[in-house]
Design a protein around this ligand. Structure first.
Ligand code: NAG
Ligand code: NAG
Length: 347
């Protein structure tokens, strides 16, 4: 009877006995855990710490039939390609436990063939609507140690692991991440990174594979670059002025202008054509409204144009004249006072 394989455990009582015995099974495997890249060589040394009647390795590849005499046996394979390999070292004894075994903790790994990111629904994304980013990781093993991280311009957004899935053969996984974009996300870069974290016994370097970046295109209604209302005070003597109605939007917005009543006819024609920039020459005061529109909406900007009054220069002269008059009065007053007080006065 081959007692080393649990599938041959026919009687419940026997199974229980063996489980109890495993607790003090005098077998040690060195190293306890091996992490092997698919196709690489592997070896593990099994040592029995009590006199044995025979020992061996049971495995789908590289098994060693029971041998009497040695206290240690090395299981080794020059290129391991069996995903389901589960090597067990066993030994027989004269005293209890009469038979016992230990499994080698083994992880066979493989980098994903490819990692790619996409959005669903695909294509350009509308501002404020939820979309799914999907990361397709193709043929990776063991998925239990895989972590998939999402990045925006190199900043981690979220990461996901698959620790519950104990499949040993390579699998495809496609985790998704829900995003809602704003206009600031237009031309943003998203990436996903697949990483195998194999734990103790694994390779020292990080095993990562990075997707090509996904550059997002966001469709959004026009947004003004400056405040919604702007007061434009045109200085005395200035002959012309430019009004800039700058908005971003995707698709690119078109501009429509409303001019104040009374704008001379020869100036009206350019406002009817539209455009970002408007030239006022000569400057006509009033409210100019610019509407930037695309298929997602409209944004308005109002320019309140006023002319600086001639007052400033008049005020300057008024202050100057008043000042001079005041000084003259004081002087006259002093002279009169002095002449009245006579020669011996102290003033
Ligand atoms: C296996 O381990 C035993 C006990 O530590 C040691 O004596 C023996 O040399 C090892 N065998 C190999 C091939 O490393
Ligand atoms: C992913 O999250 C885990 C905790 O859930 C954390 O330990 C790990 O560092 C994260 N991965 C990255 C790449 O930051």
């Amino acid at each position: 009877m081959d007692w080393t394989a649990p599938r041959h455990c026919a009687f419940m009582a026997l199974c229980l006995l063996r489980t109890a015995a495993a607790a003090d099974c005098p077998i040690e495997i060195n190293p306890e855990r091996v992490v092997v890249k698919y196709g690489d060589p592997v070896s593990a040394n099994c040592t029995v710490t009590r006199t044995t009647r025979g020992m061996g390795w049971e495995a789908s590849v590289g098994s060693i039939d029971m041998q009497t005499g040695p206290q240690s046996l090395v299981w080794s394979v020059s290129n391991l390609t069996d995903w389901n390999v589960e090597p067990k070292c066993y030994a027989n004894f004269d005293t209890e436990p009469k038979q016992c075994l230990k499994k080698l903790n083994i992880s066979l790994y493989k980098y994903p063939d490819s990692v790619s990111i996409s959005n669903s629904p695909s294509g350009a994304m509308e501002e404020g609507r939820p979309y799914r980013l999907q990361c397709d990781v193709h043929r990776v093993a063991p998925v239990q140690y895989l972590s998939v991280s999402w990045y925006r311009f190199g900043v981690l957004l979220y990461n996901e692991t698959f620790s519950e899935d104990t499949t040993r053969t390579p699998v495809d996984v496609s985790p998704t991440f829900l995003i809602t974009l704003s206009h600031t996300d237009n031309k943003a870069q998203y990436m996903c990174v697949a990483e195998l974290r194999l734990g103790p016994g694994g390779p020292p370097q990080k095993l990562t594979k990075i997707s090509d970046p996904l550059v997002t295109t966001v469709l959004y209604k026009p947004v003004l670059k400056d405040p919604h209302v702007e007061h434009v005070l045109v200085k005395h003597g200035v002959e012309d002025e430019y009004l800039t109605c700058s908005a971003s939007g995707n698709p690119a917005p078109r501009y429509e202008w409303k001019f104040p009543p009374g704008l001379p006819n020869d100036q009206q024609s350019q406002f009817k054509k539209g455009g970002v920039l408007m030239h006022l020459s000569p400057v006509f005061p009033g409210e100019y409204v610019c509407n930037a529109t695309n298929s997602y909406g409209t944004v308005s900007k109002t320019f309140v144009v006023s002319l600086e009054e001639g007052r400033s220069r008049t005020t300057f002269w008024a202050i100057l004249v008043t000042g001079i008059a005041l000084a003259a009065l004081l002087l006259i007053g002093y002279v009169i006072l002095k002449s009245r007080a006579g020669k011996n006065s102290i003033i």
